[in-house]
Design a protein around this ligand. Structure first.
Ligand SMILES: Cc1cc2nc3c(=O)[nH]c(=O)nc-3n(C[C@H](O)[C@H](O)[C@H](O)COP(=O)(O)OP(=O)(O)OC[C@H]3O[C@@H](n4cnc5c(N)ncnc54)[C@H](O)[C@@H]3O)c2cc1C
Length: 427
């Protein structure tokens, strides 16, 4: 195992730095690191690709950063079984490349695959556009190996698709932000890569015009692999790429519908989508493949190079997602170029604000949280001005289940070794 290095840059969380960085190369090495930290009463923050460290409340303590990218690689893969076992520190792009050689893929497309790791993506329950069609990563994971807060290595689920007896511990750790255990190995169901994939982009003047068409596609006879509506700065960037710099009203809204399958099926679905955009008086539309499609879908995500200062995520009924997005547009005047993506299939609205005065951003966040509550859901702030984070819980109100969650944390991690204070209710 690489020698633990004293504190170094690049592992800060909300302005806090660890006193040392550990780089285990296996689950056994990690087990020793965690057991030692646990008995020393130290607080550990697990690091995968570090692309989503902004998610979570400010840590209550932070002594050790554990870089997990050394625990990487394919453990077991038999294409005929359509399952793969992979280490937790493996980059998503690395896994997809190996699966791709056998014409297969993991139906999971969160942002930043070159940096994002399997473990970090599961722990933060990362989502990508295909989620609306195939379900989230919870539905793809069939087995898990975890290092617990006292260093114990436990396995749950299996390596083949089968019914598992007892509590579903696999799902327990997905989205738990590493507060109950560190994911060191995952078994997944994988799928064949479709013969053809095309994206149809249509742009409209205003959210109301686009909503009708998007909901018609959502309720259609065939389900697109991914269906997203881009609003504000995100839409403008895509329209100006597709229709030219001069075009694109400031109210522009873009619908992206991705279809995949056999060539003739895709051709028929593309024809149906383009005739719908034509019939629904879209300002324009285009059929995109390859890099053009990738560029348009990249526009549906926040830019990793210039991360936004404020990001909010809320999941509503698909019919409410549009009304909620309109409320966010209204709440954004004070802080400029707002951008949002509505994943129609799941009703998830990802919104962000590039920058501005922290106090103004906090007011905008409060308006976003209030708007979400009117639709009986909670806004989660993926990014929030760190100097003001102590004033809120970025996860919103966790509801009555928080007591059981607290007891689970006490059971799994009584000394609060793992990511203490970062999760809902500052668990
Ligand atoms: C600007 C930007 C915006 C993004 N927005 C979104 C978004 O809105 N939705 C989305 O889904 N993704 C988003 N992402 C994508 C991000 O790439 C994913 O969430 C990614 O999958 C996280 O993986 P990671 O390895 O980088 O995780 P990290 O950032 O390293 O870790 C994420 C969390 O998981 C914990 N953790 C890390 N590894 C483990 C492990 N092995 N076991 C247990 N806990 C662990 C960490 O302590 C941390 O709390 C965004 C990325 C960027 C750059």
């Amino acid at each position: 195992m690489a020698e633990a290095s004293q504190s170094e840059t690049g592992f800060e969380v909300d302005g806090l730095s660890p006193s040392r960085v550990e780089r285990p190369a296996s689950a056994d090495e990690l087990s020793r690191v965690i057991a030692d930290a646990n008995s020393a009463g130290e607080a550990v923050i697990p690091w995968g690709g570090g692309t989503r460290m902004s998610l979570g409340n400010t840590p209550e303590r932070y002594d050790v950063a554990v870089d997990l990218t050394g625990i990487s690689g394919i453990v077991e893969y038999e294409p005929a079984d359509l399952t793969v076992v992979v280490s937790g520190g493996t980059r998503i792009a690395e896994l997809q490349a190996v699966l791709g050689e056998s014409g297969q893929r993991l139906d999971f497309d969160p942002p930043e695959p070159a940096a994002a790791t399997i473990g970090g993506s599961l722990a933060s329950n990362a989502v990508g556009p295909v989620r609306s069609n195939v379900g989230g990563v919870r539905d793809l994971a069939i087995g898990l190996e975890v290092v617990e807060a006292d260093g114990a290595v436990t396995k749950s689920g299996g390596r083949v698709v089968k019914n598992v007896q007892g509590f579903d511990l696999v799902r327990l750790h997905i989205g738990a932000l590493g507060t109950l255990g560190i994911i060191t190995e995952v078994a997944f169901k994988v799928s064949p890569i479709p013969a053809d994939t095309q994206t149809v982009a249509g742009w409209f003047d205003g959210l109301d015009a686009a909503r009708e068409t998007a909901m018609r596609i959502f309720n259609w006879s065939f389900q697109p692999e991914a269906l997203a509506v881009l609003v504000g700065a995100r839409a403008l960037a895509v329209v100006q790429t597709l229709a030219g710099p001069g075009d694109g009203e400031s109210e522009a809204v873009v619908i992206l519908a991705r279809v995949s399958g056999g060539f003739s099926a895709v051709r028929r679905q593309v024809d149906e989508l383009t005739s719908l955009f034509g019939a629904d008086m879209a300002d324009g539309f285009d059929v995109l493949g390859g890099q053009d499609a990738e560029a348009a879908w990249a526009g549906s995500l926040p830019d990793a190079q210039t991360p936004p200062a404020l990001s909010a995520r809320a999941t509503l009924k698909p019919t409410d997602a549009f009304a909620y997005a309109s409320r966010l547009i209204g709440a954004s005047n004070a802080v400029g170029a707002f951008g949002a993506t509505i994943h129609v299939g799941t009703g998830t609205v990802l919104a962000d604000w590039p920058g501005g005065d922290p106090e103004e951003l906090a007011k905008t966040a409060a308006a976003a949280a209030m708007a979400a509550r009117e639709f009986r859901c909670e806004a989660v702030f993926e990014r929030y001005p760190s100097e003001l984070k102590s004033e809120i819980d970025v996860w919103g109100n966790p509801g009555p289940a928080i007591d059981i969650m607290r007891r689970m944390k006490e059971q799994f991690d009584p000394k609060r070794t793992l990511n203490p204070g970062r999760f809902v209710g500052r668990i």
